[in-house]
Design a protein around this ligand. Structure first.
Ligand code: DGJ
Length: 717
């Protein structure tokens, strides 16, 4: 029996406890390991202070708040009281809603918590509404608030930029305010991410330590705040970024804030990642439990130089290496304006018949001939001022009246105003027309290469111009919902100048994302490491590309490039006709082996072992099947010196009493590793690991300064 007025929101291993006294304030009591009945009974006498579970502005001003409004009569205060609470249960989850009302005003906030029954994630959000005579302006509207006890708390977060996405940053929390914010308008994960982890007891560890993870599931601008003032608790707030986005809420509308997904674990950062990955695959990601195809994407192979024969040749090559899908990237469309570079034609989504005389039909026919599937690239939220679409609908772009638009990529790119239902119909139509005409299209790469550079919507009223960012993402979501309703089986990649759209707000509509336009294998280790904190390997498009690399100009042997790409959703981003037969053979073998390990990589549990950010000269991680009968271990050397001393990497996540046989994949050495084909107990592998040679044993002419290993572990019964 719970004490009166107490609400316990629980998952298999965690509890979040609130106090909800009717007529009083909703209070936060606890978030952590699952509590026993006894401890629940005594929680309020544990000495822990209570906090408002959703702090509002106006009656206790000197502090951070989640919600701040201006009522219709100009009053800027709120005082919320609990009216009641209820729970709704189904097979998979339980949603607890606490209904709050202002003491004086007909202003309401529902604070909601959805707790999953088979994964340790709780999603929390609010629903804001009122019955006042005129609109109430929302000046701040966070999704959630969480107090975190001070101690030696460390924050892990991601930062970066184009070509260098998802860099890991780890720092202790200090007094003052830490803000992680996005203002791009269109894409929200280049410069920072809407997900963080808190290591509660000192420097973050991968596989041990009490850890809270938080992921804001929102595709638009966000703001995460961690305030450390004179109190004993850090105060964490997460929600839509309210800057330039004050929202005039009319009486008959409910403003629903995006969900903040919370997880708690004692298994360190990797433990929190495993929870997010599992939750993501089960409940968020499009087709989260379906294995992804191995593909060749045309971009780095031919860029805009698209033509029928070239596409046919690439399809033939990827098919002969065992690939399953070919994706034609940018450059295939535009009639009045040909898309030969990035300065025109977005919006004119008809096939360029000069480049592709037999159109998409011809390409689909070729794909069928080679026994693979076909996909193509679009960037439907955008247009160029040099395009037929812009000539027809200049009023559809985002820009302020009386201002010339600031133009982006190619000097002519502009963003369509997704607040406008006509624009939504148009964008839906881009996909719908393609799929109606060519139902065999299997995959769409949906790109977005520009920020909102101009504030202004021609569709929204003068008073509601500040709704532009929010309405853009509502419009986008409506379009994506329509697409998913009509084309549930289509595979769609979220690409946004590389990794601009890695967020759980997008992923319910997308199968995966392009991690970065930077395909350099060494830098990918760092980016994919950071990305893996919150997103499973199945979402991470990771392609073998040319050497020297097109972004960094670094030359890396194919073996190493393969070994890195195989740790995500494997693909290729290369002109195969420039590869030697030996290189093609190596890729063919890797693709065949990837098919064998694909279920473990894409659906398994991640254990990060040695971080590249620790600069130990090596990075290592592994995936383990849920049954713990198979695992794939990756080891990439990140530095190369004579007489260097690399750590011996201990494995993790195996079952101690199982025996595992070791087999090296992508071997280039003249002789097998000493432990090839040998079996070791999980206990030995986790306590000691295996001693990996620092270099590859190859002929003198094949020696180089890169080494990497992929080991496949299979249980022997
Ligand atoms: C940016 C993407 O990230 C690339 O992969 C490629 O699709 C180009 N756009 C095409 O313009």
């Amino acid at each position: 029996m719970l004490p009166a007025q107490q609400l316990s929101i629980s998952t298999p291993n965690t509890s979040l406890v609130l106090e909800a006294p009717a007529g009083g304030e909703l209070k936060y009591l606890y978030y952590g390991n699952k509590l026993t009945d006894n401890d629940l009974q005594n929680l309020s006498s544990s000495g822990s202070p209570t906090f408002s579970a959703y702090p509002v502005y106006g009656m206790n001003c000197p502090g951070e708040t989640a919600l701040a409004v201006r009522h219709a009569d100009g009053n800027m205060t709120l005082q919320m009281e609990v009216i009641k609470s209820d729970t709704k249960e189904n097979d998979k989850d339980v949603t607890t809603t606490i209904y709050l009302k202002d003491k004086v005003y007909p202003f309401y906030v529902n604070v909601c918590y959805k707790a999953y029954k088979d994964v340790d994630v709780i999603e929390t959000w609010t629903e804001i509404s009122h019955d006042e005579k005129k609109a109430v302006t929302l000046n701040q509207f966070a999704s959630a608030y969480l107090p975190i006890r001070r101690g030696n708390v460390w924050l892990s977060s991601l930062y970066g930029s184009w070509g260098n996405e998802a860099r890991l940053n780890q720092e202790p929390l200090h007094p003052g305010m830490k803000v992680i914010a996005n203002r791009d308008g269109v894409r929200n994960s280049h410069t920072s991410h809407a997900e963080v982890m808190f290591s509660l007891d000192g420097k973050p560890q991968e596989n041990t330590g009490n850890t809270i993870g938080a992921a804001l599931c929102y595709s638009g601008n966000y703001k995460l705040r961690i305030n450390t003032d004179d109190g004993d608790y850090h105060q964490f707030y997460a929600g839509i970024n309210e800057e330039n986005s004050a929202y005039n809420l009319p009486k008959d509308e409910v403003f629903r804030t995006p969900a903040l997904a919370l997880t708690y674990t004692q298994e360190g950062l990797s433990g929190a990642s495993r929870n997010f990955h599992r939750w993501g695959r089960l409940y968020k990601l499009a087709h989260g439990n379906t294995l992804r195809k191995i593909l060749l994407n045309s971009w780095e192979g031919v860029y805009f130089d698209i033509n029928q024969e070239g596409m046919d040749q690439m399809m033939s090559d990827i098919a002969s290496m065992g690939g399953e899908l070919f994706v034609m990237d940018d450059g295939w469309f535009g009639n009045k304006y040909q898309r030969n570079t990035d300065n025109s034609s977005l919006g004119d989504w008809t096939v360029d018949k000069k480049k592709l005389p037999e159109g998409i039909d011809g390409l689909l026919r070729d794909a069928k001939k080679h026994g693979i599937r076909f996909g193509l690239w679009i960037e439907p939220e955008m247009t160029n001022t040099t395009s037929e679409l812009y000539e027809k609908h200049p009023e559809w772009i985002i820009k302020a009246p009386q201002r010339d638009p600031v133009q982006g990529r190619g000097g002519t790119q502009v963003v369509l105003d997704l607040a406008n239902p006509d624009v939504q119909d148009f964008i839906f139509g881009v996909v719908d027309n393609l799929m109606t005409q060519y139902p065999e299209i299997d995959y769409i790469k949906w790109d977005a290469n520009m920020s909102i550079m101009n504030h202004g919507s021609n569709y929204l009223t003068k008073d509601n111009q500040s709704h532009m960012y929010i309405e853009y993402h509502r419009g986008l979501e409506k379009v994506l919902q329509r697409i998913r309703a009509k084309y549930p089986d289509l595979t769609i990649q979220a690409c946004a100048s590389g990794g601009g759209r890695a967020n759980w707000g997008y992923l319910p509509y997308f199968d995966e994302f392009w991690v970065s336009d930077n395909t350099d294998a060494l830098q990918r280790i760092y980016m994919q490491w950071g990305t893996s904190y919150f997103f499973p390997a199945i979402t991470m498009a990771s392609h073998i590309s040319a050497s020297p690399n097109h972004q960094t100009s670094r030359s890396i042997p194919l073996k190493y490039r393969i070994d890195v790409a195989m740790s995500g959703r494997l693909g290729m981003e290369i002109q195969p006709k420039n590869m030697t037969d030996t290189e093609k053979e190596l890729c063919k073998k890797a693709i065949a082996d990837y098919k064998m390990i694909r279920p473990v990589v894409q659906l398994g549990d991640i254990y990060r072992l040695v971080s590249p950010y620790d600069h130990m000269g090596v990075a290592s991680l592994m995936y383990v099947s849920p049954e713990k009968d198979k695992a794939v271990f990756y080891w990439w050397k990140t530095e190369h010196f004579i007489n260097e001393h690399l750590p011996r990497v201990k494995m993790a996540g195996l079952q101690a009493d199982k025996l595992y046989k070791i087999h090296e994949l992508n071997r280039v050495d003249n002789k097998p590793l000493s432990f090839e084909g040998k079996t070791f107990s999980g206990e030995y592998l986790m306590a000691n690991g295996l001693e990996l040679p620092y270099r590859h044993a190859t002929s003198y002419t094949n020696q180089n300064d890169w080494s990497s290993r992929v080991l496949y572990l299979e249980e022997i019964k």
